[in-house]
Design a protein around this ligand. Structure first.
Ligand code: F6R
Length: 247
């Protein structure tokens, strides 16, 4: 894994957005995998700024979001669909028919997950997948214990993840217990992966991801077997890495 260490969240957001902007210019159509959560917000703001400045075009971009809570309708303010509309899609020239989400209100969730895999395949696979990392090392909603060949499926969120995400809800009880998520195998099929990590709460997970064993106990560690995965990490999230602590 290539590791880029940046000073802070602002630099991480600028670096990530410039990598994405550069990639989007190189291929048409371009299939972009997207994450939600606090980490990519700054990057999405930068992409909007670049679009408004006329430096970037999304008309040829096809998107697939990583995951969605089960039980929240698309217009619910805590759904990931709503997040993406607010934080990115409604500000740029993406064609709505190119936006893909797991429909967590589908009657048959297993069939919905299978269909998502098929659509990704039908458009030729994901060119660039953006990822955040959970404090427990999860990627998308692949919690510790997820296997390397897991595919898009229904998962139960760990208590730790529900607590971490409760900051976006008014109470812990409101955080859904289940989600739909791309699997680790699905993510590893992307041609290129960009993992973003910021802040001290991610330091343990980043150390385990980069320096620990490759293990289902730390799902992000599986990214080390990918041929083209870049981690952008700020000084706080990277603070436990040996390379930053050599003296
Ligand atoms: C969100 C997702 C999650 C987050 C992770 C980190 O689509 O897939 O894996 O990337 O939970 O969340 P933040 O960025 O809020 O710390």
């Amino acid at each position: 894994m290539k590791v880029i260490i940046v000073k802070d969240y602002e630099e991480l957001s600028r670096k990530a957005s410039s990598i994405i902007a550069d990639a989007l210019q190189r291929k048409k159509p371009f299939v972009l995998g997207l994450a939600t959560g606090g980490t990519p917000e700054g990057c999405y703001k930068e992409l909007i700024r670049m679009y408004q400045a006329g430096c970037i075009d999304f008309s040829h971009v096809i998107t697939f979001n990583l995951d969605e809570y089960v039980g929240l309708p698309p217009h619910h303010p805590n759904s990931y669909r709503y997040y993406m509309e607010e934080k990115l899609f409604r500000h740029i020239n993406i064609d709505p028919k190119n936006i893909h989400f797991l429909n967590s209100k589908a009657r048959d969730l297993e069939a919905e997950c299978q269909a998502y895999e098929e659509i990704i395949k039908a458009v030729g696979g994901i060119d660039l997948q953006i990822l955040g990392i959970g404090r427990n090392g999860h990627i998308a909603f692949n919690e510790p214990g997820s296997s390397i060949d897991s595919r898009t499926r229904v998962v139960t969120l760990s208590h730790e993840t529900r607590i971490a995400n409760s900051r976006f809800f008014s109470s812990l009880e409101e955080v859904p217990k289940k989600a739909l998520t791309m699997g680790i195998g699905t993510i590893l099929d992307a041609r290129r992966i960009l993992l973003l990590a910021s802040g001290p709460t991610k330091a343990e997970a980043i150390k385990a991801t980069i320096e620990g064993p490759i293990t289902p106990a730390v799902p992000a560690s599986f990214l080390r077997i990918h041929e083209d995965c870049t981690l952008i990490v700020d000084l706080d999230a990277g603070s436990l890495l040996s390379s930053l602590n050599k003296n």
